[in-house]
Design a protein around this ligand. Sequence first.
Ligand SMILES: C[S@@+](CC[C@H](N)C(=O)[O-])C[C@H]1O[C@@H](n2cnc3c(N)ncnc32)[C@H](O)[C@@H]1O
Length: 331
Amino acid sequence: MARLQSQNGQCAVLLPSHFVRIFSFREYVQRRWLTSNLNLEVPNTETGYGLGHSPRELDRLHFQGRVLAPYTRQFFVDAGLKAGMRVLDVGSGIGEVSFIVAELVGPKGYVLGVDRSAEAVERARTRAIRANIRGEDGSTVMSAGAAGKVEFAVGDPAAMHFEEPFDAIVGRFVLMYQSDPAASLRNMLRYLREDGVVAFQEADTTTCRAWPASPVFDEAARWLAEGLRVSGARPELGLEMNALYLDCGLPSPKMRMDVVVSGEDESPVYELLAEAVRSLEPTLVKSKIAPKETKMEGLAERMRKEVAAKRGVAMLYGLVGAWARKPKTKN
Ligand SMILES: C[S@@+](CC[C@H](N)C(=O)[O-])C[C@H]1O[C@@H](n2cnc3c(N)ncnc32)[C@H](O)[C@@H]1O
């Protein structure tokens, strides 16, 4: 794993190359995805969220969450998440980020994951219960052991009222889907205490490419960026976060970027890109970004063979993290 650090120490790029040792992606695909319900949902383009919430898309979030977990955990440690904190996880999906935060805040901490998809929240609650985190009434799950209390709710945190302020507001791949990310974040910041932590990780799809250039991989990377864009998302929001934080009255955030890059045969990059493109397929075909006859089946394998034939590497979308503290109000 290589780590590059900028001179001011605020921006780091991690280039891991040993994902094969984390778990086998091919096995996962064979065992789980091929047996999952392949009903593709029609994406809700009005909300800027083109990926939908089909069972297969929720599986993709789980898969992606396992790959990115070490980077998200380190990001939150750097951002200052600590034991005992009360944290809001915005766009919690199936709970990948909430569960990491629950570990960090410990038994005296509290995490509220909020997502506007009832299907995603349902899956998050089920996972919490299955992971031996005791459920009381299905809506409240209390963690056993070392983790904090976790709850999941359906809604848009930018339009919700919370009784108590949070010590931190966090999220991953969520502000990029808001029609007005600054307005959303500003609304949520009303519920962050002074000096509280704001820590979001968002995408930069411009990092997603093969080297040397490989037509199948690079076309899939273009589909991802364009599919997100036409569905109303901002595929490079990660790079806009300095301006976004400033627009919300926050200081310039500290930032880092983590990018999965690998030439290994077992690299997760191929499946992650192929599955994201697959979730966007209805949008891609409707908007004529990808031809109707495009074969999504076997796409990961085609990309893998193409990159391997050149002894090259494939890079995933970048995970750009930005963190800052809410300024104290001047009297
Ligand atoms: C790409 S997923 C990421 C999920 C999770 N943060 C993770 O990293 O695994 C984005 C999630 O944000 C949710 N979402 C998008 N906009 C939202 C909003 N305004 N309020 C609540 N949830 C939102 C979507 O429903 C989706 O589940």
